[in-house]
Design a protein around this ligand. Structure first.
Ligand SMILES: Cc1ncc(COP(=O)(O)O)c(C=O)c1O
Length: 422
């Protein structure tokens, strides 16, 4: 505890105050558990916000890091190394797209995808097509914190302190086909969606909306860009969320779990979109380095060897089933939704959602809350049904205690301040 307090005091003095951290100091992890400086074990159902797909200290990741760090960590993109083409082959085979650009983070991949859309529209204009530079993004979207990404992110609190943001972005009401049709025109160079919104509250696109976005983009030569940074790389039981819909985008972005905890992002696109990029137009010093690529290859191979896509589907279905049973007992849960191991339970109040996250942490279970009222579960793909049972039992206890406390408070207010009967 002394160490935690020292670190808190030092961070308060030395760091930009961007985060409201929980007062826990994690020092290592094992499987689905994190371990704090006292040696206490926490069940992790958040995996570093959807990153640690294989949990902690996975032998495949340890082996890849050890092997690659002895051989080569960084060369820059001025030279070849063994990892990029091998990883790109695995990704193109699994996503249905043709070409890859490697970045470092989610926002950087998204930023590159936006640039690609503008460059592609420019190329089309030079070929005589009528196409503009506008982006259509969705309400409740989240695409990251750099300028282009934040400009296409819906929440005003993320954009407004930094204004003026990148111009030319219009937001469409989520899953509202009529609004999409109204706002789409030849001025649009790309439609931007998440197949399942993450920060926006684990909200899947409807088949109808997604299909309409695909059809409208194809009708003018605009690009359909799908952000799979949170939903992608197997979390939903398929490599990409869009594969549940049978829709192929022109561009997609991956990051979070791509290299199992080592930073790596990727833009994937069709041959058609890739025509817009030539040498020198875009780049990165670190992106797609030998270490990150070696780990990403090991992650994909482990997901396949251990059948984790099927496991994510089964365990995720079990999780939702258990949450629904809980919702039948607790009115506070107003909705349960998700796909695979991207799961949400929406509560009837922001206050209760905040309290639940804190109470779960006291019980040594890590989850978080997004979009004010939504409990978000993004466990490692190796999570087992017994871990889910532990979480459900804890939630049951918390909601029961909360309902009892609320009932007692109401009874007390009725006896003391309520109307008297005469
Ligand atoms: C859908 C989506 N896009 C983009 C990002 C930004 O990724 P990063 O935080 O790696 O920049 C996130 C992060 O939460 C995300 O969920």
């Amino acid at each position: 505890m002394v160490k935690l307090e020292q670190i808190r005091a030092a961070e308060a003095k030395l760091l930009l105050q961007t985060y409201e951290r929980n007062a826990v100091l994690f020092v290592r992890g094992e499987g689905v558990h994190l371990i704090d400086e006292q040696g206490e074990r926490y069940l992790d159902l958040l995996s570093g916000i959807g990153v640690n797909a294989l949990g902690y200290a996975h032998p495949a990741i340890e082996e890849a890091i050890a092997r690659q760090s002895r051989a080569l960590i960084h060369t820059s993109n001025l030279f070849y190394h063994e990892g990029q083409a091998e990883l790109a082959l695995r990704l193109t085979e699994r996503t249905g797209l043709d070409r890859v650009f490697f970045a470092n983070t989610g926002t950087e991949a998204w930023e590159g995808a936006l640039k690609l859309a503008r460059a592609h529209a420019g190329l089309e204009r030079s070929e005589g097509k009528q196409i503009g530079t506008k982006f259509l993004a969705l309400e409740q979207s989240f695409h990251g914190r750099t300028f282009g990404s934040v400009s296409t992110t819906y929440k005003a609190k993320y954009r407004e302190p930094f204004g003026p943001v990148v111009p030319g972005v219009e937001f469409v009401r989520f899953n509202d086909v009529a609004d999409l049709r109204d706002k789409f025109s030849s001025e649009v160079c790309a439609i931007l969606v998440e197949s399942i919104q993450g920060e926006g509250g684990i909200r899947p696109l409807t088949q109808e909306f997604f299909a309409e976005a695909r059809a409208l983009a194809s009708s003018t030569g605009a690009l359909l860009i799908v952000d799979e940074i949170q939903a992608g790389m197997g979390r939903t039981g398929k490599w990409c969320g869009y594969q549940h819909y049978g829709i192929l985008p022109d561009v997609t972005t991956l990051a979070k779990p791509l290299a199992g905890g080592v930073p790596l992002g990727a833009i994937l696109c069709t041959e058609e979109a890739a025509r817009a990029i030539h040498a020198g137009m875009h780049g990165t010093t670190f992106g797609g380095g030998p270490l990150a690529c070696a780990v990403a290859i090991a992650v994909i191979d482990a997901i396949e060897k251990d059948n984790l896509l099927a496991h994510a589907t089964e365990t995720g279905d079990y999780f939702q089933q258990q949450l629904r049973a809980l919702a039948a007992r607790h009115e506070a849960i107003v909705d349960v939704r998700g796909k695979g191991l991207m799961v949400a339970a929406e509560l009837d109040s922001a206050e209760l959602a905040k309290l639940t996250v804190a109470e779960m942490l006291k019980r040594r279970i890590v989850i978080n809350c997004t979009s004010d009222t939504v409990l978000r579960f993004l466990p490692p793909y190796i999570v087992k049904s017994e871990h889910i049972d532990t979480a459900i039992a804890a939630l049951d206890e918390i909601f029961t205690e909360h309902a009892a406390a609320a009932g007692a408070a109401q009874a007390a207010s009725q006896t003391s301040g309520g109307p008297t009967r005469g």
